[in-house]
Design a binder for this molecule. Structure first.
Ligand code: TXA
Ligand code: MG
Length: 330
């Protein structure tokens, strides 16, 4: 991130082509940009580039990795990354482009990065209207985007809000006027057996979704329950192997995840050894986190030993994820 220089503030209505060009340039360089969409402004980055996604978290100061919504140009593009059941396809045809997010199984060969899906085998997809849709079409790749606000602040309804909050941390302010919907997208997931679950109420009213789906939405108390055991949330990836944190040594047959190139006692007999960032770079560690957790799990080890990771900057989100992965499961 370029820090303190205030960079161009472009009004997309007056300067659509320069805005598209500037946005594509930033995205291709792996930088997050504010994305005017109809529900709220997003902070968007290339969903296939882990360093770019790590910068979203860095810019927002978000202390947790959550699955991010991946924004697509149209249904055809979404079909390259996810598998549509018939009801989801009906909903997409009825409400896209628009404020509806569908959670769908990822295609196995999809290059959406695990940092965008928080390691899940599903992906939340939405096709936004207007400028955002045109930008994605021009860029040619999906954009992962949570709200363009610092962690703990409200979702920004205008470019002025984005600029006041994040202006020192991003290179480009795209001004698309006030967000027309103003609340986040409605999120639904069609479950096996064809039940349609409401994961988050939002910009598309539920009665409309029920009309198109031809059935009532399932609403779980769980979705709003404040307290759930860490690691147990359905929307969180957890490895099958046991996870041991703050390890200072590794036992024969365990997998090891370490940091900063620091050797660990016993690693010669470990089943597999990964280093989140040999140079001690927390952005790189965030980018590697889900891949290495999965690879350590896939090594066949019953237990994954993980050394302590610094807690500053992105380290907070990394440690949050690790403590969820280590939480006891029933
Ligand atoms: O209105 C919106 O959707 C805005 C604009 C920018 O598009 N974006 C937004 O993103 O609200 P965010 O990151 O604040 O919300 C993403 C929500 C989270 O609650 C997350 O849990 C859910 O989407 N989500 C994303 N992928 C999911 C998945 N694979 N399974 C379950 N939930 C998912
Ligand atoms: Mg949000």
């Amino acid at each position: 991130m370029k820090g303190s220089i205030k960079e161009p503030h472009i009004h997309i209505k007056n300067d659509r082509q320069p805005a598209l060009q500037a946005a594509v340039t930033e995205l291709a360089a792996g930088q997050p940009i504010p994305l005017p969409t109809e529900p709220v402004y997003g902070l968007a980055a290339d969903a296939t580039n882990p360093a770019a996604i790590a910068r979203i978290y860095e810019t927002k100061g978000r202390p947790q990795f959550n699955p991010l919504i991946c924004h697509m140009a149209d249904i055809a593009m979404a079909e390259r990354y996810a598998i549509f059941d018939p009801i989801s396809l009906d909903l997409a045809e009825a409400f896209w482009p628009g404020p509806l997010t569908l959670v769908l199984p990822l295609k196995p060969a999809s290059d959406i990065h695990a940092l965008a899906t928080a390691g899940l085998d599903t992906v939340g997809i939405r096709v936004p209207q207007g400028f955002a849709g045109d930008l994605i079409r021009r860029f040619g790749k999906p954009l992962a985007a949570p709200g363009a606000n610092s962690s703990g602040k409200i979702n920004p309804p205008s470019a002025a809000h984005v600029e006041a909050d994040l202006g020192q941390k991003i290179n480009l302010i795209l001004d698309g006027g006030a967000a027309s919907v103003g609340v986040e997208s409605t999120i639904v997931k069609v479950e096996e057996g064809g039940k349609v679950r409401l994961l988050r109420p939002g910009g598309v009213v539920t009665a409309e979704i029920e009309r198109v789906a031809g059935k009532r939405l399932e609403r779980s108390e769980k979705a709003s329950a404040a307290i759930e055991a860490p690691g147990m949330l359905a929307s969180h990836y957890a490895p099958g192997a046991a996870v041991r944190l703050n390890a200072t040594s590794v036992s024969p047959g365990e997998a090891l995840i370490r940091f900063e190139g620091i050797p660990v006692a016993g690693e010669e007999t470990a089943r597999a050894v990964f280093d989140l960032s040999p140079s001690g770079d927390l952005s790189e560690a965030a980018a590697n986190l889900f891949d290495y957790l999965k690879a350590a799990d896939a090594s066949g080890a019953d237990s994954i030993a993980i050394t302590s990771i610094p807690t500053h900057g992105l380290g907070e989100a990394i440690n949050d994820r690790l403590s969820r992965a280590a939480a006891p499961r029933s």
